[in-house]
Design a protein around this ligand. Structure first.
Ligand code: TYD
Length: 211
């Protein structure tokens, strides 16, 4: 099973990814955890270029192609081989991030961004995507708590950008049935329980289909 997590910066994905991984391991499953951009030798190098605060002159087009290049390497080297071995693959961000951030956030041509993403994922569509939805006000609140820590190039973006990214995620949620939106302002535990319940539902459906 291939599960991805999406949402604005500071939406709490990383916490939920870890809780889900621990849950599945307790159930005796093999789990491979990955994060984007990154996850392979080449993709980690691309990550450094993408998030470097000094690379302020990076064009949106370059940004899109670098995120996508990093992704293709991850799909081929890690995601597809693990799914073939029946491992649960959980990814902290995947192709929807490029549609929301580069398509809606940076305003690049949506048709092009979407077809580039279907080329990039090589057929490896997620079974379930959890969209942890928080408002831009909530992003700002959480950002302030991190004020004295190091923010990366993209986390330094402004309100308008995040409004557009969020609009992108809501557009995707309407389009794809496998995207489950969860209110990211709920307590950590409540969100975790909702995630487990969606995964159990998915298994039931799959068993039913196999009968
Ligand atoms: P990261 O430190 O992984 O942030 P987070 O923990 O919030 O996921 O940095 C990823 C940043 O890159 C984040 O601001 C979102 C952005 N991003 C894109 O703009 N496009 C993409 O395709 C991906 C994968 C990430």
């Amino acid at each position: 099973m291939f599960i991805t997590f999406e949402g604005l910066d500071f939406c709490g994905k990383s916490t939920q990814v870890k809780l889900l991984r621990n849950y599945l391991v307790r159930q005796g499953k093999d789990v491979k955890l990955i994060r984007e951009p990154g996850g392979t030798k080449i993709s980690e190098k691309v990550r450094e270029i993408l998030l470097d605060k000094n690379n302020l002159e990076m064009s949106p087009e370059t940004e899109l192609l670098l995120f996508t290049a990093s992704r293709i390497q991850l799909v081929k080297e890690v995601i597809i081989p693990n799914l073939k071995k029946d491992v649960f693959v959980i990814s902290d961000r995947f192709h929807h991030s490029s549609i929301a951030y580069q398509g809606f956030g940076r305003g690049l041509d949506l048709d092009f961004v979407e077809s580039l993403q279907s080329f990039a994922i090589q057929g490896a569509l997620p079974d379930i995507t959890f969209l942890l939805d928080i408002s831009v006000e909530e992003v700002n609140k959480r950002k302030e708590e991190f004020e004295h820590q190091n923010l990366d190039r993209i986390e330094l973006s402004k309100n308008r950008f995040y409004e557009n990214v969020r609009e992108g995620y809501l557009y995707l949620e309407k389009k794809e049935l496998y995207i489950k939106r969860i209110d990211g302002s709920l307590p950590i535990d409540t969100i975790h329980r909702q995630i487990i319940s969606e995964i159990k539902k998915f298994k039931t459906n799959a068993d039913y289909l196999n009968e």
